[in-house]
Design a protein around this ligand. Structure first.
Ligand code: THU
Length: 162
């Protein structure tokens, strides 16, 4: 109980009750994510997730979760997509990512795991451009965060390496 102060961090995001309330571009991105979720390799969890990234040049890059019999060797949809995007289009800013599962029981939006937030933040910092995060669900409810950083307060970043 020494002398100290308490800092508070706000986490805010937009909540939509229906995909039809989204801008057309965001709807399209969610649909691409939904489509690619179907071809995920998720025999262990049976939870198929799809991610679609919109690049500044208009390209949409998609990815899905790739599981492995050695569980930790698998990876999430978001990282499959963002690593592919960065490998193929290393100079193209990332404007947005949509993520959703094809699981009909998932009524609340799928929110990226901590490792994916950290992985995505790398490119937000690289390009000095916020990546909007669009999180969809089977009920049609959608969350939209303005940036990855807003979802990952106190993230580890390259300044810590200096
Ligand atoms: N998963 C994703 O691909 N993205 C998320 O945002 C949440 C979790 C995957 C990882 C694993 O293959 C399965 O969903 C169950 O956790």
């Amino acid at each position: 109980m020494g002398k100290h102060e308490i800092k508070k961090v706000d986490l805010s995001f937009d909540v939509y009750q229906s995909e039809s309330d989204l801008e057309a571009n965001d709807q399209l991105l969610l649909n691409k994510a939904k489509e690619i979720a179907k071809s995920a390799h998720a025999p262990y969890s049976n939870f198929k997730v799809g991610a679609a990234l919109l690049l500044e040049n208009g390209t949409i890059v998609t990815g899905n979760n790739q599981e492995n019999a050695a569980y930790p060797s698998g990876t999430c949809a978001e990282r499959t997509a963002v690593f592919y995007a960065s490998a193929q289009y290393p100079t193209s800013k990332i404007k947005a990512i949509a993520v959703i599962t094809d699981n009909v029981n998932q009524l609340e939006p799928v929110t990226p795991c901590g490792s994916c937030r950290q992985a995505l933040a790398e490119y937000e910092i690289k390009f000095r451009e916020p990546i909007r995060v669009i999180m969809g669900s089977a009920s049609g409810k959608v969350y939209i965060a303005k940036s990855v950083e807003s979802l990952l307060p106190l993230m580890f970043n390259q300044d810590h390496l200096k």
